[in-house]
Design a protein around this ligand. Structure first.
Ligand SMILES: Nc1ncnc2c1ncn2[C@@H]1O[C@H](COP(=O)(O)OP(=O)(O)OP(=O)(O)O)[C@@H](O)[C@H]1O
Ligand SMILES: [Mg+2]
Length: 245
């Protein structure tokens, strides 16, 4: 459902993502890990057609991002904390607007907007302007906006950043349900408890390279460490080495 084929992205002399290949199937949740600056956001932005790769290709639901960016956007939800909201629209208007952009209308639009507002607990501030929302409220509206068209692939860049424990729990339950509905979910995080709770597989990026991949259990076992957090530390502190190199 989601595929990276030898993706490389350079910014001048800096290689942010180096020859990345990975795949996420429908019904699978994949956690992308890596220290600050490892290339997670860059890779996800290339997949979502927000950045042009230096080389390589990405695919969503059989559609190549570089050939058909519009087709890809229709097939995925992309969530990132840095995404702006239109400050002068209310929360409800914003979600409606993005539903329309994705081609929803009439009853189906209303139904999806209301479902998102309920799911992410937006009722109490649904008529407030986005410019006046708190960090966590903005994150919830961003989730509603990203997911309103019910696409088959979900790309979530640090989805629980800024959320309280209860809201974080809502996201975990949501991801679980989406997996059960056959969606492919690719998310980045710095929180190992989220990975333990959610991920079928993890990939660890270090300086743009995938240095480990597999089920959380197998990644831990391969490093000989006692926990995912320790395995992660040992992987990102090791001398340069890529998967298969
Ligand atoms: N537009 C840009 N121009 C130059 N360098 C950039 C640009 N965007 C990102 N970078 C660099 O590319 C590298 C990868 O950044 P990226 O945002 O993908 O990391 P990340 O893994 O998402 O990190 P974090 O965990 O902090 O979110 C970093 O060294 C970053 O400084
Ligand atoms: Mg990032």
């Amino acid at each position: 459902m989601i595929r990276f084929e030898r993706l490389t992205k350079r910014y001048g002399s800096l290689t942010a993502v180096a020859d990345l290949s990975l795949e996420v199937r429908g019904g699978e949740v994949y956690a992308l890990l890596g220290p600050n600056g490892a290339g997670k956001t860059t890779a996800l932005r290339c997949l979502a057609s927000l950045l042009a790769p230096t080389s390589g290709t990405t695919w969503v639901d059989g559609v190549c991002t570089q050939d058909d960016p519009v087709g890809v956007r229709r097939r995925l939800a992309f969530l990132a904390a840095s995404m702006g909201l239109y400050e002068r629209l209310s929360a409800t208007e914003l979600v409606q607007y993005f539903g329309q952009l994705h081609g929803l209308e009439g009853d189906r639009l209303d139904e999806r907007v209301e479902a998102m507002i309920e799911l992410f607990g937006i009722e109490s501030f649904r008529d407030r302007l986005c410019g006046r929302l708190s960090t966590g409220q903005r994150q919830r509206v961003s989730l509603a906006r990203a997911l309103v068209h019910d696409p088959p692939a979900l790309i979530l860049d640090e989805p629980t950043i800024g959320l309280d424990v209860l809201s974080g729990q809502t996201i975990y339950e949501f991801i679980d349900r989406e997996r059960a509905r056959g969606k492919a979910v690719l998310f980045s995080t710095h929180q190992m408890d989220e990975v333990d709770l959610l991920a079928d597989r993890v990939g660890v990026l270090r300086a743009g390279r995938l240095v480990a991949e597999g089920s959380p259990q197998s990644v831990v076992a391969d490093t000989g460490e006692a926990s995912l957090a320790r395995a992660f530390l040992s992987l990102v502190q090791q001398p340069e080495q890529g998967v298969g190199s």
